[in-house]
Design a protein around this ligand. Structure first.
Ligand code: FAD
Length: 479
């Protein structure tokens, strides 16, 4: 069996390895000059930075086995320390009552608490429609916390009013499902330490897995194993078109004018909105134009500092609109040899869209603005700066606007008429998913192909509803 894999992120590499190990001919095509996608590690001047925290969490034994086999002693287990920057204070997360009482003004705390209780009681009697982020959050946490925290943070990350964002985004990002859950989990975690209150990706979990040197080490080992099993990687190959014979893809065309035909089946993790016009031509282009499926970009500022630490946390969230970034990850705390002794490295995330003001701001200005902001908060001093790099990614998050599910569903359904095409991955399914889910999808798709199916489709119901909870399920076609 011969498979063309489009996109060399975690999904593409894992698919490739699973296929190559079973003797399939696997050719992977990646548009950039290196593999890894979002789960890569950027290395500079002895420092290493991931594109955001990239904690690895899974309970899937097959996945744990693969990661242990690939990383061996390079696989680390890390005890998590995270915080929220709230009204000038770093509050430990999951919240601790004593911490809150000590740091948050009494009046604000009381108002938030009574608001939560009011929302909880009201929603017990009157359940309104909770289609969007705002109504979902207010029904569980009340107006005070929405106005002070959830609203501003959401606007920053997604670049839209929370009323335009689908409620599923809130359900996926906010661990607690209700005010009662929040109380139960907070108290349960700190007093009872009940493991059964934990979700796979919940911040209430105490530990996560990681790779020495950065999450990119996992990609490195995957890539090496893929190549060792006879796989081929073609870098600098941006897929721009496809040739069809009857209902199957017969050729893949690249930006450099070259074409690849030596395959039976295509697995694609390139963005869904790019794939559909390539596979379905003008009809596909019209379908995409009519739907609202935007991706959110990100500017990452990687700051190298000559001080042992900025804060004591692995990562901190910053909801305030006047702070230019929404999260800072400090990799020297990952105990993974990611910063020279006595120094620390920070990865700052600034959500943006290609072409907007942040995107067009020069690297020097962006770096300076971030340094000023951190200095103002007392987390560093300007003289600590050794240097910084800025990297922009156009596809960091699929934006789950209200109605996204129906729109993405329509595109994925339309693609089913192509008999040898399997869309997968975060971009490929327009799914706000984590690394473990990407790898699980890769397992499922490669297994279906090895069993002789022409294509595999990740079950969409599971995809939308099961974020963080359910394993991916396959619907198969062909034979
Ligand atoms: C800020 C941030 C923090 C995160 N933190 C975590 C975390 O803590 N834990 C966790 O589990 N997950 C985390 N994730 C999610 C994780 O990074 C992704 O789920 C995963 O890396 C997606 O892998 P992928 O291969 O599906 O997609 P991608 O990594 O996006 O890979 C797609 C690849 O396709 C290539 N490509 C695109 N278009 C074309 C084309 N036309 N032709 C050829 N190649 C193309 C791209 O260059 C890219 O390499 C985070 C993501 C972000 C953005």
């Amino acid at each position: 069996m011969r498979v063309a894999i489009l996109g060399g992120g975690l999904t593409g590499l894992t698919t490739g390895l699973r296929l190559a190990r079973k003797g399939a001919s696997a050719h992977l095509f990646e548009s950039s000059s290196s593999a890894g996608g979002l789960a890569a590690t950027f290395r500079s001047h002895g420092f290493a930075f991931d594109f955001g925290p990239h904690e690895f969490c899974t309970e899937n034994q097959a996945l744990i086995d693969l990661v242990e086999e690939l990383l061996g002693p390079e696989l680390l287990t890390i005890e998590r320390r995270t915080a929220q920057y709230f009204r000038g204070h770093l509050l430990r997360y999951p919240f601790e009552l004593a911490d809150i009482l000590r740091k948050v003004e009494f009046g604000v705390g009381l108002l938030a608490l009574t608001d939560v209780m009011r929302a909880r009681i009201a929603s017990a009697f009157l359940r309104g429609e909770e289609r969007d982020f705002e109504s979902w959050t207010k029904a569980r946490f009340g107006t005070t916390l929405f106005d002070l925290y959830f609203g501003p943070y959401t606007r920053k990350v997604w670049g839209r009013d929370p009323s335009q964002i689908d409620a599923r985004t809130a359900a996926a990002r906010i661990t607690a499902e209700s005010a009662w859950d929040l109380t139960r989990k907070t108290l349960g975690y700190h007093i009872l330490r009940r493991e059964d209150l934990e979700n796979i990706h919940s911040e209430h979990r105490r530990t996560f897995r990681y790779a020495r040197g950065g999450i990119g080490t996992l990609q490195d080992r995957l890539r090496e194993a893929f190549l060792a099993h006879g796989g081929t990687i073609h870098y600098g190959k941006r897929v721009v078109g496809m040739g069809l014979r009857q209902n199957s893809i017969a050729s893949v065309e690249f930006q450099d004018g070259q074409t690849f035909r030596d395959f039976d089946s295509v697995v694609s993790s390139v963005p869904l909105t790019e794939l559909v016009p390539m596979a379905l031509g003008p009809r596909g282009a019209a379908l995409v134009r009519e739907r609202n499926l935007p991706y959110r970009g990100m500017a990452f500022v990687f700051l190298r500092l000559a001080r042992p630490m900025a804060t004591q946390f692995h990562w901190v969230y910053y909801p305030d609109a006047e702070i230019p970034f929404q999260r800072v990850t400090e990799f020297s705390h990952f105990e993974a040899d990611m910063a020279p002794l006595g120094s620390t490295g920070l990865a700052l995330e600034i959500a943006c869209d290609p072409g907007d003001e942040v995107w067009k701001t020069s690297d020097a200005t962006l770096g300076a603005v971030c340094v000023r902001s951190l200095t103002r908060m007392g987390q560093m001093q300007e003289r600590d700066v050794l240097g910084f790099d800025v990297i922009r990614s156009s596809h960091a998050y699929p934006v789950q606007v209200v109605g996204f599910r129906e729109s993405a569903d329509e595109l994925l359904t339309a693609l089913r008429e192509i008999e040898n095409l399997s869309p997968v991955g975060r971009q490929g399914l327009f799914r706000y998913c984590n690394m473990n889910e990407c790898m699980e999808m890769a397992f499922d798709v490669s297994e279906a192909l090895l069993q002789g199916h022409d294509a595999a489709h990740i079950d969409r119901v599971t995809t939308w509803e099961g974020v963080h909870k359910l394993p991916s399920v396959l619907l198969r076609q062909g034979a």
